[in-house]
Design a protein around this ligand. Structure first.
Ligand SMILES: Nc1ncnc2c1ncn2[C@@H]1O[C@H](COP(=O)(O)OP(=O)(O)OP(=O)(O)O)[C@@H](O)[C@H]1O
Length: 258
């Protein structure tokens, strides 16, 4: 599996004129990689992910998965959004199995898949609960299980922990890292949280605002296993300073001369 984004542009027509949301985006993600794109608000992160998911079309440029052009949504790309997008009237198990049902997966196979992915996210005992009976972090784990159950080639995550409190967010980051190590799923996650991006990814793209471009690519080759202690490592701290410096002048509203 590889995901390739080549010379991608996205313009939006607004009342003020044409807004260049993305300008000449080029990136590549290989099988099994965990990559983050980090940028200030308005740098086009969500637009980029929506284009890769096939939920919107580029103005120009090309996105391919395994060499095949993306022309719309597909089961090869699983999506997890910031806000919990579970169906409130369905049980946890029904939510996880929803995509499989749409794909026509037979009941027995579907049950097996649901049980497997509920186990992966540690929610087996909540299979029959309704989403409202779960905490925010648990609901997001159901959303991740649902996305994984369709066995996508790549998991696309749009600020998945943005709505969680600080402690739950930390636990979910650790959980996602372990899940990635166990399953080898290819992940592209966007976030405005620099520490989160540095902690989770093997590689990250730093995006600039107005227009959204890729400013630089950073390798996160931290020594040893990643735990919360990794954040205290001097390499981690140096990279954090570097990325924060790059972003420091971003996201400031344009000044209109008087
Ligand atoms: N459908 C749309 N029509 C017009 N402008 C849009 C549309 N979608 C996004 N934009 C504009 O494109 C730019 C990039 O938006 P986008 O939501 O992708 O940024 P972002 O980096 O994800 O921001 P945030 O972190 O705040 O979610 C913004 O200036 C936004 O106003």
């Amino acid at each position: 599996m590889n995901l390739s984004v080549h010379s991608l542009y996205k313009h939006f027509k607004t009342k003020q004129g044409t807004l260049v949301a993305l300008q000449n985006i080029n990136l590549k993600i290989e099988q099994g990689e965990f990559v983050c794109a980090v940028g200030a608000s308005g740098s086009g992160k969500s637009t980029l992910l929506r284009l890769i998911a096939g939920l919107d079309t580029p103005t120009s440029g090309e996105i391919t998965v395994n060499g095949v052009s993306v022309t719309g949504p597909g089961a090869d790309r699983g999506m997890v959004f910031q806000k919990y997008t579970l169906y409130p009237w369905m049980s946890v198990a029904q939510n996880v199995g929803f995509g499989l049902k749409l794909q026509g997966v037979p009941t027995t196979k579907r049950r097996e898949q649901i049980a497997y992915y509920l186990d992966i996210v540690g929610l087996t005992q909540f299979a029959h609960a309704l989403p409202k009976e779960l905490s925010g972090g648990m609901q997001q784990r159901v959303a991740i299980a649902r996305a994984l159950a369709s066995q996508p080639r790549i998991l696309l995550m749009d600020e998945p922990f943005g709505a969680l409190d600080a402690q739950t967010k930390e636990k979910m980051q650790q959980f996602l890292l372990e899940l990635w190590q166990r399953t080898g799923t290819t992940i592209l996650m966007i976030t405005h949280d620099v520490e989160e991006a540095l902690f989770l990814s093997q590689r990250l793209y730093v995006m600039s605002s107005r227009p959204g471009t890729i400013k630089t690519e950073v390798n996160m080759d931290l020594p040893g296993d990643r735990t919360y202690h990794s954040k205290k490592h001097s390499i981690f701290q140096d990279r954090k300073e570097m990325v924060l410096d790059l972003l420091r002048n971003e996201g400031i509203p344009e000044v209109v001369p008087c």
